[in-house]
Unconditional design. Structure first.
Length: 313
C-alpha cells in the first residue's frame, strides 16, 4: 500500500482539486462581496482585488466542474446530472447549488461592473445593455442570494466527502464546517494574490480588511481541526484508528503536521499577526502569506480525501 494507491480507494486527486477550486471560488466571491459592501461601495469595480476575485471565482468553479466531468466514467453523459436531479443524493443537490451559484455569480459580476459594461455595450449590443440595467436594479437581491449560495457551496465540498459511507474519518459532522472555513481562507488568499499581481496596493484598505478577517478565520480553522480529530480519537474503535493513521507517522502524517498545520496555518497566522502590528505591508509579505494559505488548503483537501479512505468502519 502506498500513500496514493491502496485498497478501498474510490476517489483520487482530481476530486481533491475539484473540492479545492470550488471552495476557492466560493471564498473569492464571498470576499469580493464583503469588500464591495463594507469598504468600496459603488467604486468597487475599480479595485484590483475585486477585479481579481471577479476573474478567479468563475474561472475556478468552471475549471473545477471541468475536472469533475473529465473524471466521470462516462464524461459525455455529464449533461444528465445537469438535467435530472435526485433530492436524496448529496452530489445531485451539490450540482444544483453549483449551477445556481454560477448563474448568480455572473449576474453579480454584471451588476458590479455594470457602469463600465454599459459604456462599452451601449452602441454595440443594446439588448445586452438592457439586461445589465435590469440586473443592476436587482443587485441587493442577487448579492444576498449569492452570499447564501457561496457559503452553501463551501460547505457542500465537505458534505460531498461525507457521502462516502463507511469511512469514519469522512463521516464527521465537523468536516463541512472545516471545508467551509478553509475554502473561505483560500478565497481570501487568491483574492489578495490576484489583486497585488493586478498592481493593487499591498498596503491598501482591501488588504487590511481581508487580513483582519483572516486572523480569526485561521484560529477557527485550528479549533475545527482540533475538534475534528479529538472527536474521532475519543470515539474509540475504527474512528480512533482512522485518526491516528492519518496524523501519525508516515507520508500523510508529515503532510498534516508540516504542510497543513505548519505551512498552511502557523506561517500565515504568524505573518498576518506580524503585518497587523507593523506600519506597512509589502508586496512580498502579502504574496508569500497568501501562497502559504493556498498551499495549506490544497494539502488539506488531499490529506482528508486520501486518509479518509484508508480506514473503513
Amino acid at each position: 500500500m502506498s500513500a496514493f494507491h491502496f485498497d478501498g480507494l474510490v476517489w483520487h486527486w482530481p476530486i481533491a482539486i475539484y473540492l479545492f477550486l470550488a471552495g476557492l471560488s466560493a471564498g473569492a466571491a464571498f470576499f469580493a462581496i464583503m469588500l464591495k459592501h463594507f469598504k468600496l461601495a459603488e467604486r468597487a469595480y475599480l479595485s484590483p482585488f475585486v477585479q481579481a476575485a471577479a476573474i478567479i471565482a468563475p474561472v475556478a468553479v468552471c475549471a473545477g466542474l471541468g475536472i469533475l466531468v473529465l473524471d466521470l466514467t462516462k464524461p459525455f453523459d455529464f449533461w444528465k446530472i445537469l438535467v435530472f436531479y435526485n433530492t436524496s443524493s448529496v452530489m445531485s443537490m451539490g450540482v444544483l447549488v453549483l449551477m445556481a451559484y454560477q448563474l448568480l455569480l455572473f449576474a453579480w459580476i454584471g451588476c458590479i461592473f455594470g457602469e463600465p459594461l454599459q459604456r462599452w455595450l451601449a452602441h454595440r449590443w443594446p439588448l445586452l445593455d438592457k439586461v445589465i440595467v435590469a440586473l443592476m436594479k436587482q443587485e441587493e437581491v442577487i448579492t444576498g442570494v449569492l452570499v447564501i449560495l457561496s457559503l452553501s457551496l463551501g460547505a457542500y465540498t465537505g458534505f460531498l466527502l461525507s457521502a462516502l459511507i463507511g469511512f469514519p474519518l469522512l463521516n464527521n459532522p465537523v468536516l463541512p464546517l472545516l471545508f467551509l472555513i478553509s475554502g473561505l481562507s483560500s478565497g481570501a488568499a487568491s483574492t489578495l494574490l490576484g489583486g497585488i499581481f493586478l498592481r493593487g496596493n499591498p498596503n491598501g484598505v482591501e488588504v487590511r480588511f481581508i487580513h483582519k478577517i483572516e486572523i480569526p478565520m485561521i484560529l477557527v480553522e485550528i479549533i475545527l481541526l482540533f475538534t475534528f480529530f479529538a472527536g474521532l480519537i475519543l470515539s474509540g474503535g475504527q474512528s480512533q484508528v482512522a485518526a491516528l493513521n492519518a496524523i501519525g507517522e508516515g507520508f500523510w502524517g508529515w503532510i498534516f503536521w508540516g504542510g497543513v498545520v505548519g505551512i498552511g496555518l502557523t506561517l500565515p497566522l504568524a505573518f498576518n499577526l506580524w503585518m497587523n502590528v507593523s506600519s506597512d505591508r509589502k508586496f512580498a509579505y502579502v504574496a508569500v502569506t497568501a501562497s502559504f494559505s493556498l498551499i495549506g488548503v490544497l494539502l488539506l483537501r488531499n490529506f482528508i480525501l486520501y486518509t479518509g479512505q484508508m480506514t473503513s468502519a
